[in-house]
Design a protein around this ligand. Structure first.
Ligand SMILES: C[C@@H](O)[C@H](N)C(=O)O
Ligand SMILES: C[C@@H](O)[C@H](N)C(=O)O
Lengths: 160, 160
Protein backbone atom coordinates (compact mmCIF):
# COMPACT_ATOMS: atom_id res chain seq x y z
CA UNK A 1 0.00 0.00 0.00
CA UNK A 2 1.41 3.43 -0.87
CA UNK A 3 2.71 5.41 2.04
CA UNK A 4 0.91 8.74 2.13
CA UNK A 5 1.46 9.71 5.76
CA UNK A 6 5.06 10.77 6.29
CA UNK A 7 5.03 11.95 9.86
CA UNK A 8 3.15 12.94 12.99
CA UNK A 9 3.73 15.94 15.22
CA UNK A 10 2.63 17.27 18.58
CA UNK A 11 2.41 20.95 19.49
CA UNK A 12 1.63 21.05 23.14
CA UNK A 13 1.85 24.59 24.50
CA UNK A 14 -1.31 25.88 22.91
CA UNK A 15 -4.23 27.93 24.13
CA UNK A 16 -7.57 28.08 22.35
CA UNK A 17 -9.79 31.13 21.97
CA UNK A 18 -13.37 30.63 20.83
CA UNK A 19 -15.62 33.50 19.75
CA UNK A 20 -19.29 32.69 19.52
CA UNK A 21 -22.13 34.76 18.12
CA UNK A 22 -19.74 36.68 15.91
CA UNK A 23 -21.83 38.86 13.54
CA UNK A 24 -21.75 37.04 10.21
CA UNK A 25 -21.22 39.87 7.78
CA UNK A 26 -18.30 40.85 5.52
CA UNK A 27 -15.50 42.53 7.40
CA UNK A 28 -15.77 40.77 10.73
CA UNK A 29 -13.08 38.16 10.14
CA UNK A 30 -10.78 40.87 8.77
CA UNK A 31 -11.38 43.02 11.85
CA UNK A 32 -10.70 40.19 14.27
CA UNK A 33 -7.43 39.08 12.73
CA UNK A 34 -6.22 42.56 11.87
CA UNK A 35 -6.64 43.56 15.50
CA UNK A 36 -4.80 40.47 16.71
CA UNK A 37 -2.00 40.93 14.18
CA UNK A 38 -1.47 44.57 15.13
CA UNK A 39 -0.84 43.43 18.69
CA UNK A 40 1.85 41.09 17.44
CA UNK A 41 0.08 37.95 18.55
CA UNK A 42 0.88 35.01 16.29
CA UNK A 43 -2.15 32.88 15.48
CA UNK A 44 -1.58 29.15 14.99
CA UNK A 45 -4.71 27.83 13.25
CA UNK A 46 -8.03 29.50 12.49
CA UNK A 47 -11.30 27.58 12.22
CA UNK A 48 -14.63 29.17 11.48
CA UNK A 49 -18.06 27.63 11.00
CA UNK A 50 -21.12 29.71 10.22
CA UNK A 51 -24.15 29.09 12.41
CA UNK A 52 -27.83 29.81 11.85
CA UNK A 53 -29.14 33.28 12.61
CA UNK A 54 -26.44 35.27 10.92
CA UNK A 55 -23.67 34.49 13.40
CA UNK A 56 -20.50 32.45 13.24
CA UNK A 57 -18.18 30.64 15.62
CA UNK A 58 -14.50 31.48 15.20
CA UNK A 59 -11.92 29.37 17.04
CA UNK A 60 -8.18 29.91 16.90
CA UNK A 61 -5.09 28.80 18.74
CA UNK A 62 -2.18 30.85 20.04
CA UNK A 63 0.98 29.96 21.93
CA UNK A 64 0.22 29.51 25.59
CA UNK A 65 2.79 32.24 26.32
CA UNK A 66 0.68 34.75 24.37
CA UNK A 67 -2.63 33.95 26.05
CA UNK A 68 -2.52 36.76 28.60
CA UNK A 69 -1.90 39.37 25.89
CA UNK A 70 -4.42 37.78 23.56
CA UNK A 71 -7.04 37.83 26.29
CA UNK A 72 -6.77 41.60 26.77
CA UNK A 73 -7.10 42.18 23.05
CA UNK A 74 -9.92 39.71 22.49
CA UNK A 75 -11.97 40.80 25.52
CA UNK A 76 -12.05 44.33 24.12
CA UNK A 77 -12.75 43.08 20.60
CA UNK A 78 -15.67 40.92 21.72
CA UNK A 79 -17.26 43.88 23.48
CA UNK A 80 -16.98 45.84 20.22
CA UNK A 81 -18.42 42.99 18.16
CA UNK A 82 -21.05 41.95 20.66
CA UNK A 83 -19.81 38.34 20.66
CA UNK A 84 -18.66 36.06 23.50
CA UNK A 85 -15.11 34.82 24.06
CA UNK A 86 -13.90 31.77 25.96
CA UNK A 87 -10.29 30.89 26.67
CA UNK A 88 -8.71 27.50 27.31
CA UNK A 89 -5.11 27.15 28.38
CA UNK A 90 -4.75 23.38 28.35
CA UNK A 91 -4.65 22.46 24.69
CA UNK A 92 -2.35 20.41 22.49
CA UNK A 93 -2.47 19.73 18.77
CA UNK A 94 -1.61 16.36 17.27
CA UNK A 95 -1.17 16.26 13.49
CA UNK A 96 -0.42 13.79 10.74
CA UNK A 97 1.46 15.11 7.77
CA UNK A 98 1.62 13.55 4.35
CA UNK A 99 0.73 13.99 0.70
CA UNK A 100 -2.46 13.39 -1.20
CA UNK A 101 -4.29 12.63 2.01
CA UNK A 102 -7.58 13.90 0.70
CA UNK A 103 -7.99 11.30 -2.01
CA UNK A 104 -6.95 8.65 0.47
CA UNK A 105 -9.94 9.27 2.67
CA UNK A 106 -8.90 6.47 4.95
CA UNK A 107 -6.29 8.69 6.60
CA UNK A 108 -8.62 10.95 8.57
CA UNK A 109 -10.71 8.10 9.82
CA UNK A 110 -7.67 6.06 10.79
CA UNK A 111 -6.31 8.96 12.81
CA UNK A 112 -9.67 9.57 14.49
CA UNK A 113 -10.08 5.85 15.24
CA UNK A 114 -6.62 5.63 16.80
CA UNK A 115 -7.41 8.51 19.12
CA UNK A 116 -10.84 7.11 19.94
CA UNK A 117 -9.37 3.73 20.82
CA UNK A 118 -7.12 5.47 23.34
CA UNK A 119 -10.21 7.28 24.66
CA UNK A 120 -8.78 10.63 23.62
CA UNK A 121 -11.55 13.12 22.90
CA UNK A 122 -11.03 15.12 19.71
CA UNK A 123 -12.07 18.70 20.30
CA UNK A 124 -11.36 20.75 17.17
CA UNK A 125 -10.35 19.41 13.77
CA UNK A 126 -8.81 21.12 10.78
CA UNK A 127 -7.61 19.42 7.60
CA UNK A 128 -5.88 19.99 4.29
CA UNK A 129 -4.40 17.63 1.68
CA UNK A 130 -1.13 17.53 3.54
CA UNK A 131 -2.07 17.88 7.19
CA UNK A 132 -4.82 16.66 9.51
CA UNK A 133 -4.78 18.27 12.96
CA UNK A 134 -6.77 17.42 16.05
CA UNK A 135 -6.92 19.71 19.07
CA UNK A 136 -7.03 17.71 22.30
CA UNK A 137 -6.38 18.16 25.99
CA UNK A 138 -2.72 18.71 26.80
CA UNK A 139 -2.69 15.88 29.32
CA UNK A 140 -3.30 13.41 26.49
CA UNK A 141 -0.77 14.89 24.08
CA UNK A 142 2.05 12.39 24.44
CA UNK A 143 -0.31 9.43 24.30
CA UNK A 144 -2.00 10.91 21.24
CA UNK A 145 1.33 11.25 19.43
CA UNK A 146 2.23 7.68 20.27
CA UNK A 147 -1.05 6.13 19.13
CA UNK A 148 -1.00 8.11 15.90
CA UNK A 149 2.59 7.03 15.26
CA UNK A 150 1.59 3.43 15.79
CA UNK A 151 -1.54 3.70 13.67
CA UNK A 152 0.49 4.80 10.67
CA UNK A 153 3.51 2.63 11.45
CA UNK A 154 5.75 5.68 11.74
CA UNK A 155 8.92 5.75 13.77
CA UNK A 156 12.51 4.67 13.06
CA UNK A 157 12.31 0.94 13.44
CA UNK A 158 9.38 0.85 11.01
CA UNK A 159 11.03 2.84 8.25
CA UNK A 160 11.97 0.81 5.18
CA UNK B 1 9.09 42.31 1.74
CA UNK B 2 9.49 38.57 1.35
CA UNK B 3 6.96 36.87 -0.90
CA UNK B 4 5.24 34.19 1.16
CA UNK B 5 2.05 33.73 -0.84
CA UNK B 6 2.80 31.82 -4.04
CA UNK B 7 -0.65 31.33 -5.48
CA UNK B 8 -4.41 31.43 -5.15
CA UNK B 9 -6.94 28.81 -6.18
CA UNK B 10 -10.66 28.42 -6.58
CA UNK B 11 -12.56 25.16 -6.17
CA UNK B 12 -16.08 25.88 -7.18
CA UNK B 13 -18.15 22.71 -7.41
CA UNK B 14 -18.43 22.07 -3.71
CA UNK B 15 -21.24 21.14 -1.39
CA UNK B 16 -21.14 21.61 2.35
CA UNK B 17 -22.55 19.27 4.98
CA UNK B 18 -22.90 20.52 8.55
CA UNK B 19 -23.68 18.25 11.48
CA UNK B 20 -24.77 19.98 14.66
CA UNK B 21 -25.29 18.54 18.11
CA UNK B 22 -22.89 15.71 17.40
CA UNK B 23 -22.30 13.82 20.68
CA UNK B 24 -18.87 14.97 21.86
CA UNK B 25 -17.32 11.72 22.99
CA UNK B 26 -14.42 9.60 21.70
CA UNK B 27 -15.38 7.57 18.65
CA UNK B 28 -17.89 9.88 17.05
CA UNK B 29 -15.55 11.51 14.55
CA UNK B 30 -14.15 8.08 13.65
CA UNK B 31 -17.67 6.71 13.09
CA UNK B 32 -18.70 9.63 10.90
CA UNK B 33 -15.74 9.53 8.60
CA UNK B 34 -15.43 5.77 8.53
CA UNK B 35 -19.02 5.53 7.37
CA UNK B 36 -18.47 8.16 4.70
CA UNK B 37 -15.25 6.54 3.53
CA UNK B 38 -16.84 3.11 3.22
CA UNK B 39 -19.37 4.63 0.84
CA UNK B 40 -16.53 5.88 -1.31
CA UNK B 41 -17.37 9.53 -0.83
CA UNK B 42 -14.27 11.70 -0.97
CA UNK B 43 -14.23 14.41 1.67
CA UNK B 44 -12.56 17.70 0.78
CA UNK B 45 -11.96 19.54 4.08
CA UNK B 46 -13.13 18.74 7.60
CA UNK B 47 -13.72 21.41 10.24
CA UNK B 48 -14.89 20.69 13.74
CA UNK B 49 -15.46 23.00 16.70
CA UNK B 50 -16.62 21.76 20.07
CA UNK B 51 -19.59 23.52 21.56
CA UNK B 52 -20.82 23.77 25.16
CA UNK B 53 -22.98 20.97 26.52
CA UNK B 54 -20.93 18.06 25.28
CA UNK B 55 -21.74 18.45 21.60
CA UNK B 56 -19.74 19.48 18.58
CA UNK B 57 -20.36 20.95 15.15
CA UNK B 58 -18.70 19.09 12.28
CA UNK B 59 -18.66 20.69 8.84
CA UNK B 60 -17.14 19.13 5.75
CA UNK B 61 -17.17 19.64 2.02
CA UNK B 62 -17.65 17.13 -0.76
CA UNK B 63 -17.74 17.43 -4.53
CA UNK B 64 -21.12 18.66 -5.69
CA UNK B 65 -21.43 15.50 -7.79
CA UNK B 66 -21.30 13.39 -4.63
CA UNK B 67 -23.90 15.32 -2.67
CA UNK B 68 -26.84 13.07 -3.46
CA UNK B 69 -24.96 9.98 -2.31
CA UNK B 70 -23.54 11.77 0.70
CA UNK B 71 -26.99 12.91 1.71
CA UNK B 72 -28.33 9.35 1.92
CA UNK B 73 -25.40 8.25 4.02
CA UNK B 74 -25.41 11.26 6.30
CA UNK B 75 -29.17 11.32 6.87
CA UNK B 76 -28.96 7.75 8.18
CA UNK B 77 -25.86 8.52 10.21
CA UNK B 78 -27.45 11.56 11.86
CA UNK B 79 -30.42 9.52 12.93
CA UNK B 80 -28.04 7.02 14.53
CA UNK B 81 -26.05 9.77 16.27
CA UNK B 82 -29.04 11.90 17.21
CA UNK B 83 -27.53 14.97 15.53
CA UNK B 84 -28.87 17.30 12.83
CA UNK B 85 -27.58 17.59 9.26
CA UNK B 86 -27.88 20.46 6.80
CA UNK B 87 -26.75 20.45 3.19
CA UNK B 88 -25.74 23.32 0.95
CA UNK B 89 -25.09 22.84 -2.73
CA UNK B 90 -23.89 26.30 -3.68
CA UNK B 91 -20.40 26.53 -2.22
CA UNK B 92 -16.99 27.47 -3.54
CA UNK B 93 -13.63 27.52 -1.81
CA UNK B 94 -11.03 30.21 -2.44
CA UNK B 95 -7.55 29.56 -1.07
CA UNK B 96 -4.17 31.23 -0.85
CA UNK B 97 -1.19 28.95 -0.90
CA UNK B 98 2.29 29.80 0.30
CA UNK B 99 4.97 29.02 2.85
CA UNK B 100 5.45 30.13 6.41
CA UNK B 101 2.11 31.89 6.35
CA UNK B 102 1.54 31.37 10.04
CA UNK B 103 4.50 33.44 11.18
CA UNK B 104 3.49 36.09 8.71
CA UNK B 105 0.20 36.78 10.45
CA UNK B 106 -0.60 39.49 7.97
CA UNK B 107 -1.58 36.95 5.33
CA UNK B 108 -4.89 35.78 6.80
CA UNK B 109 -6.04 39.29 7.57
CA UNK B 110 -5.07 40.53 4.13
CA UNK B 111 -7.06 37.76 2.49
CA UNK B 112 -10.08 38.38 4.73
CA UNK B 113 -9.87 42.13 4.12
CA UNK B 114 -9.73 41.67 0.35
CA UNK B 115 -12.88 39.54 0.43
CA UNK B 116 -14.62 41.94 2.80
CA UNK B 117 -13.84 44.90 0.54
CA UNK B 118 -15.57 43.05 -2.29
CA UNK B 119 -18.50 42.41 0.07
CA UNK B 120 -17.94 38.67 -0.11
CA UNK B 121 -19.13 36.96 3.06
CA UNK B 122 -16.69 34.39 4.43
CA UNK B 123 -18.62 31.38 5.64
CA UNK B 124 -16.19 28.73 6.82
CA UNK B 125 -12.44 29.13 7.32
CA UNK B 126 -9.67 26.60 7.66
CA UNK B 127 -5.94 27.34 7.79
CA UNK B 128 -2.50 25.78 7.93
CA UNK B 129 1.02 27.17 7.49
CA UNK B 130 0.77 26.66 3.76
CA UNK B 131 -2.90 27.20 2.92
CA UNK B 132 -5.71 29.50 4.02
CA UNK B 133 -9.13 28.55 2.65
CA UNK B 134 -12.39 30.43 2.80
CA UNK B 135 -15.70 28.81 1.91
CA UNK B 136 -18.00 31.27 0.17
CA UNK B 137 -21.07 31.29 -2.04
CA UNK B 138 -20.39 29.89 -5.50
CA UNK B 139 -21.82 33.00 -7.17
CA UNK B 140 -18.92 35.01 -5.75
CA UNK B 141 -16.20 32.51 -6.58
CA UNK B 142 -14.67 34.18 -9.61
CA UNK B 143 -14.69 37.61 -7.99
CA UNK B 144 -13.14 36.15 -4.86
CA UNK B 145 -10.28 34.61 -6.82
CA UNK B 146 -9.66 37.89 -8.61
CA UNK B 147 -9.59 40.06 -5.50
CA UNK B 148 -7.32 37.62 -3.70
CA UNK B 149 -4.98 37.54 -6.71
CA UNK B 150 -4.87 41.33 -6.69
CA UNK B 151 -4.40 41.57 -2.92
CA UNK B 152 -1.26 39.46 -3.11
CA UNK B 153 -0.09 40.80 -6.45
CA UNK B 154 -0.25 37.37 -8.01
CA UNK B 155 -0.68 36.81 -11.72
CA UNK B 156 1.76 36.80 -14.62
CA UNK B 157 2.35 40.47 -15.16
CA UNK B 158 3.23 40.87 -11.48
CA UNK B 159 5.75 38.03 -11.30
CA UNK B 160 9.34 39.17 -10.89
C1 LIG C 1 -17.91 35.83 10.48
C2 LIG C 1 -17.03 36.47 9.47
O1 LIG C 1 -16.14 35.55 8.93
C3 LIG C 1 -17.79 37.15 8.34
N1 LIG C 1 -18.64 36.22 7.65
C4 LIG C 1 -16.80 37.79 7.40
O2 LIG C 1 -16.88 37.59 6.22
O3 LIG C 1 -15.94 38.48 7.78
C1 LIG D 1 -17.21 15.10 18.16
C2 LIG D 1 -16.15 14.08 17.99
O1 LIG D 1 -15.04 14.62 17.32
C3 LIG D 1 -15.66 13.45 19.28
N1 LIG D 1 -15.16 14.46 20.18
C4 LIG D 1 -14.60 12.40 18.98
O2 LIG D 1 -13.57 12.43 19.56
O3 LIG D 1 -14.76 11.57 18.18
Amino acid sequence: ERIVVSGAALKDKLARITLRNVPDRPGTAAKIFHTIATHNIVVDDIIQIVAPNRVATVAFTVDLADLADARKVVDKLSRELGCTATYEDHMAKVSVVGVGMRVHTGVAERMFAALAKAKINIQNITTSEIKISCLIDRAQGKTALKVVHDAFKLGKRNKR
